[in-house]
Design a protein around this ligand. Structure first.
Ligand code: PLP
Length: 396
């Protein structure tokens, strides 16, 4: 059996039609398959590869760490320099109240940890989340996922969850003195890049303050420069009580975290002790990779020019079949009339060497979330492939 056959035979499948392309190499914004065909990567591993695939400083940091130690002990016992130095770099670039990092293996685990922490800190039973929100696929994260189709088959879910309308002032009234936390994406990803108004975000912060509710912002997709600032919440003039990071956090290695003030985080050390346990969370190789990746993002000014790149895309993405283009930095949803049209565009792009996909709750929208290092020439090439594919479909 070849690798593709083994993939279908022995690797658990969750998609009825996986891409099933065998990748043999990735670098910058390019992927190469087993036949030597190159693909321009317009989704960066779904907002993971912000500094590009295999950034040389990231691979060097990984190699160095591999030569020193791999896993040594469960989370939180030993001093591991990649972990502490990464926690320092992250908190140096965050507001003073976000000063303590709990590293996990994934975004979903960061969500779980934050939900538990909010319950411990407030001693309250209720959690508010938003419609069309995605925070992960584990039971707790699934319980706050904002779409009935995706969660219904897994009932019973966690009790005490309410789903509010995002970016709607009325919905804030449901945040009350029994609410432990409100969990929101700073910019909703899977609903097709929906940024709320600054006024609403500030009203949400105010409502949380009035009711003693913790505000948890999920920047697992929005973080690390994707929206044009290091953190998306900077654009709203507010600070969350707990910040969730993942995806680009590990520079291509698995890593998540939740970040809060030490006063809050201390709750996890008593009654019960070991309030949140992980064997591999904050793995030294993942932390070494993430640390090098964030340092490269900052040192190499990768956030410079994001607005220009965004405008460059927007100027070139017009024509038949496109209903709208929603953008937030190098993060876009190109909207068509239907999932069917979107799928046709996506598969023609793939044939022409461009990798993109759709959004969970907006299947009619095509995702653009490339490595931030995408060049002007690559944007030109990507847009030519997209518009060429669309024209072909429109003319057919
Ligand atoms: N939150 C958001 C906004 C996400 O997009 C995702 C993953 O797509 C997650 C949480 C969950 O992260 P992970 O897949 O690492 O568990």
């Amino acid at each position: 059996m070849n690798h593709r056959e083994l993939f279908f035979r022995h690797v658990a499948q969750t998609s009825p039609s996986p891409l099933a392309i065998e990748i043999v190499k990735a670098e910058g914004a390019l992927l190469v398959d087993a036949k030597g065909k190159e693909y321009l990567d317009l989704i960066g591993g779904i907002s993971v590869c912000n500094t590009g695939h295999r950034h040389p400083k990231v691979t060097a940091a990984i190699k160095k760490q591999v030569d020193e130690y791999l896993h040594v002990l469960v989370y939180g016992e030993l001093v591991q320099s990649p972990q502490v130095l990464y926690a320092k770099l992250l908190t140096d670039h965050l507001p003073a109240s976000l000063n303590t990092v709990y590293f996990t293996n994934s975004g979903a685990e960061a969500t779980e940890g934050a939900m538990k922490l909010a319950k411990r800190v407030t001693n309250r039973p209720k959690i508010a989340a938003f419609k069309e929100a995605y925070h992960g696929s584990t039971q707790g994260a699934l319980s706050i996922l904002g779409d009935e189709y995706w969660r219904n088959a897994y009932r019973p879910l966690l009790p005490g969850i309410v789903h509010l309308a995002y970016n709607q002032f009325d919905s804030l009234e449901e945040v009350d003195h029994s609410t432990a936390c409100v969990i929101a994406e700073t910019v909703q990803a899977e609903s097709g890049i929906m940024a709320p108004s600054k006024e609403w975000m500030q009203a949400l912060r105010k409502r949380c303050d009035e009711t003693g509710t913790l505000l948890v912002l999920d920047e697992i997709q929005a973080g690390f420069g994707r929206t044009g600032t290091l953190w998306a919440f900077e654009q709203f003039g507010i600070v969350p009580d707990i910040l969730l990071l993942g995806k680009a956090l590990g520079g291509g290695m698995p890593l998540g975290c939740f970040i809060a003030d030490q006063k809050l985080m201390r709750q996890l050390t008593a009654d019960p002790v070991l309030g949140h346990i992980t064997t591999f969370g904050g793995h030294p190789v993942s932390c070494a990779a993430g640390l090098a990746s964030l340092q490269a993002l900052l040192d190499e000014g990768m956030m410079n020019g994001i607005r220009e790149k965004e405008a460059f895309f927007v100027a070139r993405l017009s024509g038949p079949l496109i209903r709208s283009v929603r953008t937030c930095g190098l993060w876009m949803a190109v909207e068509f009339d239907s999932f069917d049209i979107n799928q046709q565009v996506i598969s023609r792009c793939l044939e022409r060497g461009l990798l993109t996909d759709w959004f969970l709750f907006a299947p009619q929208c095509m995702r653009i979330a490339p490595p931030l290092v995408l060049t002007g020439q690559q944007i030109e090439q990507a847009c030519a492939i997209i518009t060429g594919s669309i024209n072909e479909i429109a003319g057919a």
